[in-house]
Design a protein around this ligand. Sequence first.
Ligand code: ACO
Length: 324
Amino acid sequence: MRARITATGSYLPEKILTNFDLEKMVDTSDEWIRQRTGIEIRHIAEDEPTSELAAKAALDILKNSSLSASDVELIIVATVTPDQPLPATALFVQERIGAYNAFAFDINAACSGFIYALSIANAYILSGFVKNAIVIGAETLSKITDWTDRSTCVIFGDGAAGVLLEATDGDRGILSMVLHSDGRYTDLMRVPAPGSRIPCSKEAIENRDIYIKMKGNETFKMAIRSIASVSKEALDIAGMDFKDVDWMICHQANKRIIDGVARRVGLDEDKAIITIDRHANTAAASIPLAMDWALKTGKIKEGDIVLLNSFGASLTWSASVVRW
Ligand code: ACO
């Protein structure tokens, strides 16, 4: 038995922020952002919380599936921007879509969140604990972005997307899954407050501790090597090589990282799905957003070997091989 992705769905908030808009906000330029990241625009959620984006993605998934909300057994939302500390964002999604027979929870693995969540749903399905699961990556990173910090505010965007994973007897589905994390690097990317270390306070706000802090250059250097090696591990487990890969869906953090990974492993750059130009870095939402786009535009076809891989704060990295 395997777990197979039988439907995908996505939602992007209406408001678009261009590089030219950012030129008016911080000391940056469209040219710098395009050259250093590949980003042209990003979507921004104005009055919608993360759960609303996630619920709209979930409704799109159900529309593209043969299941109704009452058939769903599990909902996992991967996010670093939950609606609130408690309850879990996934419960707001459950209520909004009316999936009352499911159990629901969130996970936080930053940009690796979607693959981590997929691995949990995969394990539950393989063990017979559930027959299906909706797995969503959803973020409103604009809410934790410091709009005065040019080194971070130009790279993030908002959005949500996900998949329906179902038990199947065929040979299509998830073939391998590899997850890594390293707590020695928690200072590379963080949002220091509010939390139990630095509770909510006037001082935390004044110190701008409520926003993303990132050592971008150090993160960049580790990303290419880590994504390449975890991808090889996942392919080895599946008994495959990079030459077997039809499509690579890499976390969309920086076009230079994706190109660098493709070069390092000898993968034709055309096989890398690119959506960073119009989505920017949407953390846990980026891989399912790219996957949904690749399916809806007819790139990924039945039987294709799809390599998913990610790198995120701080540090998490992961890969999965899927036969579509
Ligand atoms: N506009 C203009 N200049 C800028 C900007 C900007 N927006 N941002 C930085 N610069 C300047 C810097 O001040 C520096 O100037 P200096 O040389 O005069 O000192 C110069 O550009 C180079 O800065 P770097 O930080 O070295 O720029 P880099 O090429 O590394 O690009 C970036 C920065 C885009 C952040 C890149 O490092 C990156 O993509 N890092 C990886 C991010 C990542 O993968 N994060 C993990 C996943 S995200 C998650 O988990 C939620």
